[in-house]
Design a protein around this ligand. Structure first.
Ligand SMILES: Cc1cc2nc3c(=O)[nH]c(=O)nc-3n(C[C@H](O)[C@H](O)[C@H](O)COP(=O)(O)O)c2cc1C
Length: 358
């Protein structure tokens, strides 16, 4: 290995998380959970195969039945789910890996066809997101119009995240990432297009950042902030998101969040957005930025060597390359993946990608 490529493979401490290398597996929803939002043995095998990552960030996991948006996605809100996640975490730990749970409450990015009959689709405001999502029952359907949470209910949603964090630790997860982008609930609160509340959670930028900040504070209080991180992508238009002034929103949000002593910030870069997302993250979380989106091995190495990033997360490359770390280390070629296997149930396109040496 040349010195030019060694930076990716050096160990790293992010808060209490001890990474063997700086190749992080990005969170990816793969829709392999079973009825009841319960993870499966197949998922344990998928994550075990990828445990060579310095850190695995799990697929989005819902903190409540209300927070489910997509079909066959897992939760962390009851004991059966905790037990099933415990098997997955044990499989990763058995390979010497580190894994944290990404908490993802979809809010209005949902269809009732994908969730349990007693659940509800809730959001900061009763504004339907533009767009459609896949359901097993009826194929593509429009996003549902959500019911606006009352002020009191918002406190209960914060408590759902706290309970899910406790459950994550009970299952053995090494930490938690709060998903604050891609159009889901925290992003719905942050953004002017989806938050038109007139209580203390809407209106001014100080009010719009309140919900994600309260969640970060509350889940940090469970067992310290040094196992907690969060994911952002200012000016991300995904899932109908829009904000009048993302620079101001995220300056306010990150400035307050930087006081919490969190383990890391995970930032998706967006070269065509109105905000320099990486510069913003570096300003408020120097030395603790995980960068993401279309990184090559050389670009990731350079970013770590120049200390602009602590680590780089890879999403799509991990799908077809369970041994991605070894492939990057040896400069072996990367395999493609089958689009049809992304969200279909079963092992095809999921756990059937071989290691390079095989
Ligand atoms: C199949 C798939 C599922 C994804 N699911 C999630 C998710 O659950 N949570 C999340 O934060 N990002 C999710 N993403 C985004 C990835 O984490 C990552 O940001 C994206 O793939 C870009 O990184 P890459 O260029 O290394 O693939 C998903 C991406 C893919 C391809």
């Amino acid at each position: 290995m040349s010195s030019a490529t060694s930076a990716l493979f050096e160990p790293l401490a992010l808060g209490s998380l001890q990474l063997r290398n700086r190749v992080v597996m990005a969170p990816m929803t793969r829709s392999r959970a079973e009825a009841g939002d319960i993870p499966t043995a197949l998922m344990a095998e998928y994550y075990r195969q990828r445990a060579g990552a310095g850190l695995i960030i799990s697929e989005g996991i819902s903190p409540s039945a209300d927070g489910i948006g997509y079909c066959r996605t897992p939760g962390l809100y009851n004991q059966r789910q905790v037990d099933a996640w415990g098997n997955i975490v044990a499989a990763v730990h058995g390979e010497g890996g580190v894994i944290i749970a990404q908490l993802m409450h979809c809010g209005r990015v949902a269809s009732s066809l994908n969730k349990s009959a007693d659940s509800e689709t809730v959001a900061p405001s009763a504004i339907q997101a533009k767009g459609e999502m896949f359901t097993d029952a009826q194929g593509m359907v429009p996003f549902e119009t959500p019911r606006a949470l009352t002020t009191e209910e918002i406190g209960r949603v914060v408590e759902e995240y706290v309970a899910a964090t406790r459950n994550a630790y009970a299952a053995g997860f090494d930490g938690v990432e709060l998903h604050c982008t891609s159009g889901y609930l925290p992003a719905q609160f942050l953004s002017t297009g989806s938050n038109q509340r007139d209580d203390q959670y809407g209106g001014s930028v100080g009010n719009r950042v309140r919900f994600p900040l309260e969640v970060l504070q509350a889940i940090s209080a469970v067992d310290g902030a040094n196992r907690i991180g969060f994911r952002i992508c200012p000016d991300n238009p995904f899932n109908g998101l829009s904000d009048d002034d993302p620079q101001q929103t995220f300056d306010t949000f990150l400035s307050a969040a930087s006081a919490l002593d969190l383990a890391f910030i995970h930032t998706i870069r967006m070269p065509r957005g109105r905000v320099d997302n990486l510069a913003l993250a570096q300003q408020y979380f120097p030395g603790r930025v995980i960068g993401n989106e279309s990184y090559s091995r050389d670009e990731a190495t350079a970013a770590i060597e120049s200390a602009s990033l602590a680590a780089v997360s890879f999403g799509r490359s991990f799908i077809g390359n369970p041994d991605l770390v070894e492939r990057l280390r040896n400069d072996w070629s990367l395999a493609d993946f089958d689009m049809n296997g992304l969200y279909n149930p079963g092992e095809k396109g999921y756990t059937d990608y071989p290691d390079y040496s095989a």
